[in-house]
Write a protein that binds this ligand. Structure first.
Ligand SMILES: [Zn+2]
Length: 342
């Protein structure tokens, strides 16, 4: 019980990509890049095991960004002519590619990392994909048309492609497939209205464990500034959790430690496994085992120990390797202490 895992991403070594950046440039090209991505993936599989985590991920070492890594393998997207777009309801600007034609997968997206992961750990594995609604919010549309109907159509089209890759990941032997939907915390009504449906379409037919990660974003300044406007209690989850509780998705990953999310919102997820964020990704201060165990203890008031999975609040990609490594250890040690307390 209290099986630990990371939300998804880990820092890239500086021989692979620019360190401590959300959209880093690769340091290699061609075959050297492919090899460097594989090497970094192996390195982090070992590091997660050494830290004592129970569920192991690929650390997203082979994708430049958690959304664009998937989009690069999609036909119908123009990566040559990126445009500046305000994303997450204009929280920050990003250079995003444009959807210009009917969407189709060019082939497998993450076969290399998933197969490496499966071959090099005997522990449970988790693999992350961006959720359809978050993709729609991280790409410019020149094909599906303005307004809500266009957005829903585009989300469903992406959901079909995600489903293809998710089924292939399952065939690779992945145990948990997690869709990342930070956009659920930004467009709460749309999320409850059609976001969860698109998510279920992406997970259609999967027999492995399915999960969704909903957070308040990476520890970058734009997100820190945004969080400062959200007031004393962050109740965004309250709008989406009831829809998720009714959905076919098995696990929900949420941000807790150092956030203003009222812990009792977890009770809205009855029947689901809950991945509780016990590690802050917006601070370089390393959590103590006591702090981690205390957060787990608070969450246990609202979810049973069989259904609680200690996790990081979000990905660790923009942090330094050293800090990330020590936070993985803190996660494992804190969960061990919580088990002792039980
Ligand atoms: Zn996140």
């Amino acid at each position: 019980m209290l099986l630990t895992s990371i939300a998804g991403s880990l820092p890239k070594p500086e021989w692979l990509a620019e360190p401590e950046k959300l959209w880093p440039q690769w340091k290699q090209t061609g075959d050297s890049l492919r090899q460097a991505k594989a090497d970094a993936t192996l390195l982090w599989i070992k590091a997660q095991e050494d830290a004592g985590l129970d569920i192991i991920g690929d650390g997203e070492q082979a994708r430049q960004h958690f959304v664009h890594g998937f989009l690069e393998q999609v036909e119908g997207i123009d990566f040559e002519n990126k445009v500046k777009m305000g994303i997450r309801n204009n929280r920050y600007d990003a250079m995003v590619p444009q959807v210009v034609a009917k969407l189709r997968l060019k082939g497998r997206v993450h076969a290399m990392e998933a197969q490496l992961l499966r071959a090099h750990t005997t522990r449970k594995t988790k693999f992350t994909l961006p959720g359809p609604m978050t993709i729609v919010d991280t790409v410019a549309d020149r094909f599906y048309g303005e307004g809500k109907e266009g957005r829903i159509q585009m989300a469903m089209a992406f959901a079909e492609l995600l489903n293809q890759e998710a089924l292939a990941l399952q065939a690779d032997g992945i145990d948990i497939i997690q869709f990342d939907e930070p956009a659920f915390n930004v467009y709460m009504e749309d999320a409850a209205d059609w976001g969860v449906k698109a998510l279920e379409r992406a997970a259609l037919g999967l027999t492995c464990t399915t999960a969704v990660h909903i957070c308040y974003g990476y520890g970058i300044q734009a997100n820190v500034d945004w969080k400062n406007t959200l007031g004393h209690e962050w109740r965004q989850y309250e709008k989406v959790f009831p829809a998720l509780a009714k959905s076919s998705i098995n696990q929900v990953s949420l941000e807790c430690f150092h956030s203003h999310v009222p812990m009792d919102l977890i009770a809205l997820l009855e029947g689901k496994d809950v991945m509780v964020g016990v590690i802050d990704v917006a601070s370089d201060v390393i959590e103590t085992a006591e702090e981690v165990a205390d957060t787990i203890g608070k969450a246990l008031q609202f979810v049973s120990k069989e259904r609680l999975f200690p996790c990081t609040n979000c990905g660790l990609a923009p942090m330094s390797r050293e800090v990330a490594w020590r936070k993985l250890q803190a996660l494992a040690q804190g969960a061990a202490l919580a088990r002792q307390r039980l």
